[in-house]
Ligand binder design. Structure first.
Ligand code: SF4
Length: 444
């Protein structure tokens, strides 16, 4: 937890000697708390105070990076329990379990299918992050060949999972440059795994089934010189795994307990796709930074990615589209003109229904600070004045030969004043976007 200016002040010498460039120790402490000054500017700070201050300036949950380049996966560094307190920073990574007991052809086929899992939603691309090769066969060659297939067939990040450190070391030889995550399945060999992680500069996941022992395990790994640690929950039931992930987040944030200040990962533990989906989404919602699933079907993966996108959107900043005129289909001077707000979900819902209607249409998106229609109207961000101003300045009058606009049914109350201010005929459209196809087909 970050220290306040007063907490920092208590650790300073309180002599007000001004050598740091500030008039008082208190002023320097305030500047430190706001990260506007660095501690080394005070030559009189004691070693003990220095250690305490440096430790307090570390994030409560360490940032761990898997992979390299654009697709690298960053986990941890979260600062709150609930997204409305601020926001969640690093979206949960979604990975797929690939066991090396599968034939090599099948592994390649599965990886190709995983590569195709990329979707567009509210103007953004959402896709999974990782493939996890598990040494279920116990055979070194099969494990290495499966890892080779992952390296050559996908640009996604890689995790290597084995109980045997020697086999992990062989697989690491071919994918070390991709900075994979090394998952240690056997804690009795943790020191051996830690040594390999240190020598190869990769992160290590520590598998645990008893949270009481976790602090000891991470301390052991830290002693081997590894900083990037992930906590792999392997407790029996779903509720216990959620409980453990929540306890770890709370303990790290509220008690600043460093040995638990690492991102958490979990494997789904059911073979029924519906239950697996519920399990994966539960992990995304409750503090798991990397979820490894078994199913690879599109209709299984898409809802998980949507849940992640929604939970990791900044609640203070709705996802917005640019406020401007959008053309759907081959518009002409006779095409209808719809007006809506620039909240992404609103725009894409309207645009989707217009596309479905097959009636080429202009959509005028007004700047409503990313709020949906009713919310923006209630907050006075989607008013007759604002819509009239948008119509006057965005050039829609040059694009059509008529002067008719369609407003959402929920804001029918704006029509009179809007006609007066804009000089356009205002028509009231359906309340819900789902009514647009029928409405547009009958529009004249
Ligand atoms: S140099 Fe240190 S002791 Fe002197 S005023 Fe600044 S903080 Fe206080």
């Amino acid at each position: 937890m970050a220290l306040s200016g007063l907490d920092i002040y208590k650790l300073l010498p309180k002599t007000n000697c001004k050598e740091c460039g500030y008039a008082t120790c208190l002023a320097f402490a305030m500047a430190l708390a706001q990260k506007k000054a660095s501690l080394d500017k005070c030559p009189h700070v004691t070693l003990k105070a220095k250690e305490a201050l440096e430790s307090a300036s570390q994030p409560p949950i360490k940032l761990v990076t898997i992979g390299v380049g654009e697709k690298k996966l960053e986990m941890g560094n979260e600062t709150v329990m609930y997204r409305h307190e601020q926001k969640f920073y690093h979206p949960t990574g979604i990975g797929f379990l690939i066991e090396d007991t599968l034939d090599l052809d099948k592994i390649q086929e599965v990886i190709s299918k995983i590569n195709s899992l990329s979707f567009e939603r509210v103007g953004l691309t959402i896709r999974p992050d990782l493939v996890c090769i598990k040494n279920s066969s116990g055979d070194k060659d099969k494990f290495v060949k499966a890892a080779e297939a992952a390296v050559s067939k996908t640009g996604l990040n890689i995790a290597l999972y084995s109980d045997d450190a020697a086999k992990i070391l062989e697989a690491l030889k071919i994918c070390k440059d991709r900075k994979p995550l090394m998952i240690c399945g056997d804690i009795s060999k943790l020191d051996e795994f830690g040594k390999i992680a240190k020598e190869n500069s990769v992160a290590i996941a520590v598998t645990f089934s008893n949270i009481e022992e976790l602090a000891q395990l991470t301390d052991r790994v830290k002693k081997s010189g590894v900083e990037e640690i992930v906590l792999n929950i392997k407790t029996d039931s779903l509720w216990k795994r959620i409980q453990d992930a929540t306890s770890i987040r709370r303990t790290a944030l509220k008690k600043n307990l460093r040995p638990l200040g690492y991102p958490v990962m979990a494997f789904t533990n059911t073979s029924e796709a519906d239950l697996e989906l519920a399990e994966a989404v539960s992990y995304v919602a409750k503090y798991v930074s990397l979820v490894i699933v078994k199913s690879i079907e599109k209709d299984f993966v898409f809802p998980i990615l949507v849940a992640r996108q929604d939970i990791y959107t900044d609640p203070q900043k709705p996802v917005q589209v640019e406020p401007k005129i959008y053309e759907i289909g081959k518009v002409t001077k006779d095409s209808p003109v719809l007006v809506t707000t620039n909240f992404s979900i609103t725009y894409f819902t309207v645009a989707g229904e217009v596309e479905a209607s097959k009636v080429p249409t202009y959509i005028v998106c007004c700047d409503a600070e990313g709020m949906s229609v009713l919310t923006a109207w209630a907050a006075e961000k989607f008013t007759a004045e604002k819509i009239a101003e948008s119509i006057k300045t965005n050039g829609i009058a040059d694009k059509v030969s008529h002067k008719k606009i369609v407003i959402p049914g929920y804001v029918a109350v704006l029509s009179g004043k809007l006609e007066e201010l804009s000089g356009w005929t205002v028509e009231v459209g359906p309340r819900e976007a789902s009514g647009l196809p029928a409405y547009l087909k009958g529009w004249k």
